[in-house]
Design a protein around this ligand. Structure first.
Ligand SMILES: [Zn+2]
Length: 128
């Protein structure tokens, strides 16, 4: 029956090894999570630092950071221009559908209310 005991020992050893492996894996996972958390913090510290540098150097043409600052300045300007363009498009769209509705519901010539989809005004007969 020696082989049975041997087998048992082997099983126990394998199980122990698997437990160690699982423990190692858990440890590694924990450390990787900590690294990810710290790296995320580092990124936000870099961003904060960058913003502070930008604010203090953006108008200083002799600064070694001026070129990088200029890139941000022109990108910010571009964003502002695009936002203005969007606002303009939205304003045009707000005016246009209102005119469309009025045109559909009232005769453009005499102002009489007209049924939607009718082609001529029922009051003055002008085309809609
Ligand atoms: Zn009419």
């Amino acid at each position: 029956m020696a082989f049975l005991k041997d087998f048992g020992d082997k099983l126990q050893k394998a199980a122990g090894g698997a437990a160690d492996k699982a423990k190692d894996l858990a440890e590694i996972t924990k450390k990787n999570a900590e690294i990810a958390r710290l790296e995320k913090n580092i990124d936000s510290y870099y961003t904060e630092l960058g913003k502070l540098c930008y604010e203090s150097e953006k108008t200083n043409a002799s600064s070694p950071l001026f070129e990088q600052c200029s890139k941000i300045s022109s990108a910010l300007l571009e964003v502002e221009n695009l936002r203005n363009e969007i606002a303009e498009i939205k304003m045009q769209n707000e005016v246009a559908p209102a005119a469309e509705t009025t045109k559909g519901n009232f005769c453009p010539k005499c102002g009489a209310p007209c049924a939607e989809g009718s082609r001529f005004c029922t009051k003055c007969g002008s085309p809609l």
